[in-house]
Write a protein that binds this ligand. Structure first.
Ligand code: BTN
Length: 232
């Protein structure tokens, strides 16, 4: 991580993650912020609705000697920094493993991380965060919420971003476990082909979900399963 962070602000971009990735060749830590995105990207190739009033940012960070085996700490840091920012507003955020942030049972923030590996090290990462501040949630009201809906107040997007970026740069990954939701609760896990009931026990160092199933305690990677929305 460089001490100096270059910051670039845009009215509109297709995707702040794509822009940050296009700047990797410059080798400097960079924060990219856009007021709206026309091609916001989510995980698993999904699109991410990015109307004005939300916070859309990507942080490009370069590392020296960061072991690939610890790459999950990047996700933990992003999720925990978001939760800390929301908790400071009086909200009670929960992480839906591995990387969605929920408040009052609805998604408020999504995170998309794109790492570059060099051998057994992470050489750089782009951490993309989309946080609903006061943007419209047309058609998504049943599953999504925003800071405005949860607090009844309209915060300036820039104020939220300042707090969030400060925590991201500080490093708060050790706080991830404290915000992990659904611990001790029974959920449905979905693979491409099967659904199974399991009790969430926690997350291991590699970012795998530890759950108790009928077949005993098992660990699942996020590529293998997802927690079904059903019953959350
Ligand atoms: C998800 O919920 O699936 C992850 C959503 C990540 C969205 C953010 S918004 C800023 C950055 N730019 C993108 O194109 N995606 C991420």
């Amino acid at each position: 991580m460089n001490d100096t962070l270059i910051r670039e602000y845009f009215e509109e971009l297709p995707s702040t993650n794509d822009y940050a990735k296009s700047k990797r060749n410059e080798g400097k830590d960079l924060l990219v912020v856009a007021k709206r995105q026309t091609g916001g990207r989510g995980t698993k190739g999904r699109s991410f609705s990015s109307e004005e009033g939300g916070s859309y940012l990507s942080l490009l960070t370069f590392y020296d000697g960061f072991p690939a085996s610890k790459a999950f700490a990047i996700m933990q840091n992003a999720a925990a920094a978001t939760c800390e920012t929301l908790a400071a507003l009086g909200l009670s955020p929960k992480i839906k493993w591995p990387n969605d942030i929920f408040v009052d049972g609805k998604k408020i923030c999504g995170i998309l991380i794109e790492n570059v590996f060099s051998g057994s090290f992470v050489s750089s990462s782009v951490v993309g965060i989309g946080l609903n501040v006061y943007n419209r949630l047309d058609g998504l009201e049943d599953i999504a919420t925003s800071i405005e809906k949860c607090t009844g107040k309209r915060y300036a997007v820039e104020d939220i971003e300042r707090e969030l970026v400060a925590r991201l740069r500080l490093g708060v990954d050790e706080k991830y476990a404290g915000y992990l939701g659904w611990i001790g609760r029974e959920v449905t896990l979905e693979t491409g082909t099967e659904r199974l009931r399991a009790y969430v026990l926690g997350v291991d160092e590699g970012g795998n979900l530890i759950a108790r199933t009928q077949a005993g305690e098992r660990r699942f990677s996020s590529a293998e399963v997802r927690i079904s929305k059903e019953g959350l």
